[in-house]
Design a protein around this ligand. Structure first.
Ligand code: TPP
Ligand code: MG
Length: 514
């Protein structure tokens, strides 16, 4: 058994049995080992941002890491933006990055680069295997690192000779040493705040946004009168009929400030102390009002459901205390494609137990209220702000959950970063419906232009914010990668396209011409 095979066998034995890949010469022995080892599902991505984003989506839905295979420094570098998003979402990933053979590195051949240097900012764990006999043990350590609480990105760099030389065998992944927990003192302190009767916001993220976590928050809200909200962007949130539905803190600072103004306390369950996405002249970075105190119950990766359970217990909040709430009614929209009509069409179309990946940028700002009444689903967002997130994440979510339908909503600007994901969706016949909001611009940046006080855009600036001349032909782009597609320009066409696409069982794309 060579080093590459010892690694693939160690991965499979350690429960890492999916590999999103984009290989090169230095990874050929790893690729050859994939052939010899049973049990590893290999999925090719035609750009490394697809590979790393897919691993992120996989972790979010499966709760266990996938591996990636990347080609030296440049391959890793192409995948860094979506590793950044994955890191912010606390997704666990095992990256395997090829490297030149140890004796070849000093010759500075064309693809030589500082791979560890490129890996470090996005990886909590980085190691270059020194020889073939270390590869299995290093692989097991990488898996253990990726599976820690909170989960992490681990990057194992594999010099080509460590892959082709003789190894000793496979390695066991060390057992998890630490179970995620929470601080009873922090729960006590939060209970005191919530009993005080002072205006309090219970701000949730992470595991608190599971169906059970939300139900506990609903009891606490009913018992104490606290308001419950979610962080602006979240890795995964249980939503739809039967789930307690909460709003998120708006992205736009001027919209967030008045919402937070009334609160004297913010109780944080995995959520960040609310901070503006960007700084703007004469606007605050921290969004809570002066005099408002933040109280942390759990950090990312701690057991927020258990903490909420304890908090509800301390407050005597029972199921019968659950705050009552009304759902926003939805009906099949008709007529023109207004933002409201699009939101309604999406809400009507979300399939039972669907997975919604939201990179809808400006088009989706009003999607939350109507989709609260949709069929039960999970809603995934980008915590890292690096666009080109959703088509790859849709790949990973669909690979993780082959029995669930994925609805990927993406702005046209965002979609162009990682559109190659469509080809992987076609090749793997993934049940992904992609809805592209084709407004032919970077609409959000118009607001930002104004927000940062840059004045009124002139022609040159305007040209940097528009995607026309030429218009993107979404149907041709998708078809070119084997994904059937259609344009829609009325609400009725959108309803029909969503129904057809989501029942097709395979990948398809809808370009919403706005
Ligand atoms: C990697 C990366 N590059 C650039 C940006 C800056 N950026 C943020 S949003 C955006 C445009 C999004 O456009 P689109 O997806 O069409 O959504 P719309 O604003 O039109 O709703 C850009 C370029 C970013 N966030 N990440
Ligand atoms: Mg756009």
């Amino acid at each position: 058994m060579n080093g590459a095979e010892s690694l693939v066998r160690t991965l499979v034995k350690g429960g890492v049995d999916v590999c999103f890949t984009n290989p090169g010469t230095s990874e050929m022995h790893f690729v050859a080992a994939l052939d010899r080892v049973e049990g590893m599902r290999c999925v090719l991505g035609l750009f490394e941002g697809v590979v790393t984003g897919a691993a992120d989506g996989y972790y979010r839905m499966k709760g266990t890491p996938a591996s990636t295979l990347l080609h030296l420094g440049p391959g890793l570098a192409n995948g860094i933006a979506n590793l950044h998003n994955a890191k912010k979402a606390a997704s666990g990933i095992v990256n395997i990055v090829g490297q030149h053979a140890t004796y070849h590195i000093d010759y500075n051949a064309p693809l030589t680069s500082d791979i560890e240097g490129l890996a470090r900012p996005m990886s909590a764990w980085v190691r270059t295997s020194p020889d073939a006999k270390s590869v299995a043990r290093d692989g097991a350590a990488a898996i253990a690192a990726a599976k820690s609480s909170p989960a992490q990105i681990a990057t194992l760099i594999l010099p080509a000779d460590t892959a082709w030389n003789e190894a000793d065998g496979i390695a066991e992944v060390p057992e998890h040493s630490q179970r995620p927990t929470y601080s009873p003192q922090a729960v006590e302190a939060a209970a005191r705040v919530l009993r005080s009767g002072e205006p309090t916001l219970l701000l949730l993220s992470g595991n608190a946004l599971t169906e059970h976590g939300l139900a506990l928050a609903q009891r606490i809200a009913g018992k104490t009168g606290a308001k419950v909200m979610a962080q602006t962007y979240n890795a995964r949130m249980a939503r739809g009929q039967g789930r307690y539905w909460i709003e998120r803190i708006p992205y736009v600072v001027d919209a967030a400030l008045p919402i937070l103004k009334p609160f004297r306390h913010i109780v944080l369950v995995e959520a960040m102390d609310p901070v503006a996405f960007f700084a703007y002249p004469d606007k605050p970075s921290l969004l809570k009002p002066e005099g408002c105190e933040a109280h942390r119950v759990t950090e990312v990766g701690e057991n927020s459901v258990a903490a909420l359970e304890a908090l509800a217990g301390a407050l005597g909040a029972k199921a019968s205390d659950a705050a009552q709430q009304k759902l926003v009614e939805i009906a099949k929209p008709t007529g023109a494609l207004t933002l409201d009509n699009i939101a309604q069409a999406i809400a009507m179309a979300i399939p039972e137990n669907g997975i919604v990946i939201d990179e809808s940028i400006t088009t989706g700002r009003g999607f939350f209220p109507p989709t609260a009444a949709a069929a039960p689903h999970d809603w995934l967002q980008n915590l890292g702000g690096s666009i080109g997130f959703s088509p790859p994440v849709a790949v990973g979510a669909a690979v993780a959950c082959p029995d669930r339908k994925v609805l990927c909503m993406v702005g046209d600007g965002s979609a162009m970063y990682t559109l190659q994901a469509l080809w992987t969706q076609a090749r793997e016949n993934l049940d992904v419906t992609t809805v592209v909001f084709a407004n032919r611009k970077y609409q959000i940046l118009r607001g930002e232009f104004d927000g940062v006080g840059a004045g009124k855009p002139g022609q040159r600036a305007e040209d940097m914010l528009t995607l026309d001349r030429p218009d993107l032909d979404w149907v041709a782009l998708a078809k070119g990668m084997g994904v059937p597609a259609r344009n829609v320009s009325t609400a009725d066409e959108l309803n029909a396209a969503l129904a057809a696409g989501l029942s097709s069982g395979g990948p398809n794309l809808i370009a919403v011409q706005m």
